[in-house]
Design a protein around this ligand. Structure first.
Ligand code: ATP
Length: 241
């Protein structure tokens, strides 16, 4: 069994059929990326993992346990932490308070302190700014905080929705370096990303979702070579004959 597995998952928003029988699997230790155009169902995939959207049929397992009927809190407690889209941090709280909130399901105070040190080692800037109100930081710093907060849950699986969105190129590179560093610490990563080039450079495997269906799944190296990915996601021009 894979660490995370979608088994023929369908989702609906009322009459709108979004995911149409998708099967994803994420193995322990991998970085897996999900590519897809706007409206393909990427955010719905992430919400389904978190228990925010219920499949209308099919199921999702995490470490052999059904999670598709759990509450979001139970999902987080089982070892999955989200880095939400648009780096949603609590703007009126300071850096430290945001990080403490990341550990809200935990009571192991010594381990929480260790994890805080680990996050500050990863992002020294957050340590310098720990009293700063989160909403006043730059977009890149807020993304670091969103990742740091997710790490405070000590997840075994980190799920990320468009981690590079809206960031300057230098921060994009830092985000992907961080994803690799976190993965090397033993955290499995499943991410949605529009920046296919960067995502496929750090990922081991990937899926391409089109209007709710997986149309391609392969190793990241093969996806980077694939014509569909090159034309649709890497902006290569299409030859007109
Ligand atoms: P994007 O990159 O634009 O966020 P996405 O691949 O993440 O796209 P989703 O957000 O999963 O796509 O949306 C998939 C489809 O479901 C879209 O057609 C969207 O309009 C629709 N949808 C999403 N949320 C809802 C909702 N709460 N109610 C009704 N329809 C929704």
């Amino acid at each position: 069994m894979s660490m995370l597995q979608f088994n023929a998952v369908h989702t609906h928003y009322g009459p709108i059929h979004v995911l149409k029988g998708v099967n994803y699997r994420v193995e322990q230790g991998e970085i897996v990326c999900l590519l897809g155009a706007n409206g393909a169902g990427k955010t719905t995939t992430m919400k389904t993992i978190l228990g925010l959207v219920r499949p209308s049929s099919g199921g999702v397992t995490f470490n052999d346990q059904r999670i598709d009927r759990m509450t979001p809190r139970e999902v987080v407690k089982s070892g999955i932490a989200p880095v939400p889209e648009a780096r949603r941090v609590f703007a009126r709280m300071n850096v430290m308070e945001n990080l403490e909130l990341g550990a809200y399901t935990r009571h192991d105070h010594a381990a929480i302190a260790e994890d805080l040190t680990r996050v500050f080692d990863l992002f020294p800037r957050l340590k310098e700014r720990r009293k700063q109100m989160a909403g006043l930081m730059s977009g890149g710093e807020q993304q670091m905080l969103a990742i740091g907060r997710a790490m405070m849950a000590r997840p075994s699986l980190l799920i990320m929705d468009e981690p590079s969105m809206g960031l300057s190129p230098i921060f994009v590179e830092r985000v992907f370096d961080t994803v690799q560093a976190i993965n090397k610490q033993g955290v499995t990563v499943f991410m949605v990303e529009q920046n296919a080039n960067m995502a496929l450079t750090v990922a081991s495997r990937g899926y391409v979702l089109q209007t709710g269906e997986v149309v391609l799944e392969d190793t990241a190296a093969n996806l980077l070579q694939s014509e569909l990915v090159r034309k649709t996601y890497l902006g290569e021009s299409i030859e007109i004959k």
